[in-house]
Design a protein around this ligand. Sequence first.
Ligand code: ZN
Length: 213
Amino acid sequence: MTIDQTVTCSRCGAVHTVPFHAGINVAQEPGLKAAVLDGSLFLWECPMCGTRNLLKGQTLYHDPDARLMVWLLPEGALDEEHVRSVESHLGELDGYTLRRVPDAGSLIEKVHIHEAGLDDLVMELAKHVTRLELADSEKNPALLDVPFRFFRMDGPDNRLTFSYPLDGRMFLAETGFRTYEDCRGIVQRNPALRPAAGRFATVDAAWIARFVR
Ligand SMILES: [Zn+2]
């Protein structure tokens, strides 16, 4: 489902109309999943100057087979009453993971984590633990507040790599899969960590910070 969106190039100011996916159902349109994962679905290239601009707007990513819905809802796009109303009209969505994210990068990360067969709640806790260890080993408290993104899982022992920005540059931080397994155990022993069913929860560093610090 696409709608025409009027956009302005961030570099040359040219105004264009481009299609925007207001809903992304990867069962109906399987090709869209790759375009989400490589980010191209959220970019448009200016025909005047070639600049690639980020599309803005809300969209719902739905993978019925994976029972995953991720709602890209930029801050201020909808009032909370409207969000509650949408949730109450969802009906039977047994076993679904419902997530809400404020930007395209976060949506891409959620899909990426799910496609890797991992749990995003456990991943947020693993990020938290890895951040604490890194800040300690680097003796740099500024690292406690940097945003980590899941970058990849690879190698025979499923090492996890996160990316993070610091002083205008991107860095990578690694941790063993053992960290993830430990965090999975913590989540299993503490069901209160898991968001309530039937709500689009924002599961991010702030969510984890409500429970640990
Ligand atoms: Zn342009």
